[in-house]
Design a binder for this molecule. Structure first.
Ligand code: IPE
Ligand code: IPE
Ligand code: MG
Length: 257
């Protein structure tokens, strides 16, 4: 065995119903700093622990049969933090992908990265490009990392791409509709998130997937990301299973159900 054996999470050992699972779960992994602070540890220690939680979450999502997991790892505004923290995060992201890629491939997980990758350190960008190339043929869970990602930056990039097509005479402005916009976002082949989880209690989007979350169900837990364990994940999926999604329509509720 190449990797330490993992105890697989089986849906039948959980209260979950596979018919009521979301297809795409997106997570704002927040609270690493507060978790570390409460323990008298450095913020970077908190991010390190967050990496462990992320690994567990990716494999839990895979075990449960989710098709898409997208996580917010570094926002386009996170450059505003201290040089020490930003540098530490860049190092961690590189170290983590180098350490995990073979196991991700072994488990046939498709890795994607969204965000302005050209602004990342060369070594990190190259590691991400290689991970995407090496996993692009897998058909199970797609694990997307949003790194140097901002919803507004994504919108700007889409507008630029659309404007370029108009300039080249390939598109007429009157043809632009919602599908045109979706097709010019970073991951046009990935469906919108069904469930958006935010850890650490904050009730905001912080510039994450602004277009894509138009009709996502939102679940906020007070647990900081390093404390988001399997039971927290299952609780969020149980909560999602109870939601009634209406997409603007009127749904008749049967009082007996
Ligand atoms: C989330 O945790 C990780 C990143 C934003 C990179 P934070 O670092 O934002 O932790 P808090 O919000 O300060 O507790
Ligand atoms: C959002 O968390 C970004 C990530 C989780 C990567 P932040 O901690 O940056 O968000 P704010 O600043 O509290 O809104
Ligand atoms: Mg935060």
């Amino acid at each position: 065995m190449l990797f330490p054996p993992r105890t697989k999470l089986k849906i039948k050992d959980t209260p979950l119903d596979s018919a009521r699972l979301p297809v795409h779960v997106a997570i704002i992994m927040d609270g690493n700093g507060r978790w570390a602070n409460a323990k008298g540890l450095s913020r970077l220690h908190g991010h390190d622990q967050g990496y462990r939680t992320l690994k567990d979450t990716v494999y839990a999502a895979d075990d449960l049969g989710l098709k898409f997991l997208t996580v917010y790892g570094f926002s386009s505004e996170n450059w505003r933090r201290s040089q020490e923290e930003v540098g530490g995060l860049m190092d961690l992201m590189l170290r983590a992908m180098k350490a995990e890629i073979e196991e991700l491939i072994y488990n046939e997980i498709k890795v994607r990265v969204i965000g302005r990758m050209h602004e990342l350190p060369d070594a990190l960008r190259e590691e991400y490009e290689s991970a995407m190339r090496r996993t692009e043929h897998f058909t199970g869970l797609t694990f997307t990392l949003a790194i140097n990602y901002g919803g507004r930056a994504e919108t700007v990039d889409a507008i630029r791409a659309i404007a370029d097509k108009i300039k080249r005479g390939e598109l007429d402005p009157s043809q632009i509709d919602e599908a045109t916009v979706s097709q010019h976002l970073y991951a046009p082949d990935i469906p919108d998130p069904d469930l958006l989880i935010r850890t650490a209690g904050e009730l905001r989007l912080s510039n994450f997937l602004l277009w894509e979350t138009a009709y996502s169900e939102i679940y906020v837990t007070p647990a900081p990301w390093p404390a988001f364990d399997q039971s927290e994940f299952i609780a969020s999926l149980m909560d999602y299973a109870k939601r009634i999604r209406k997409f603007g329509a009127v749904i008749e509720l049967n009082p007996e159900t």
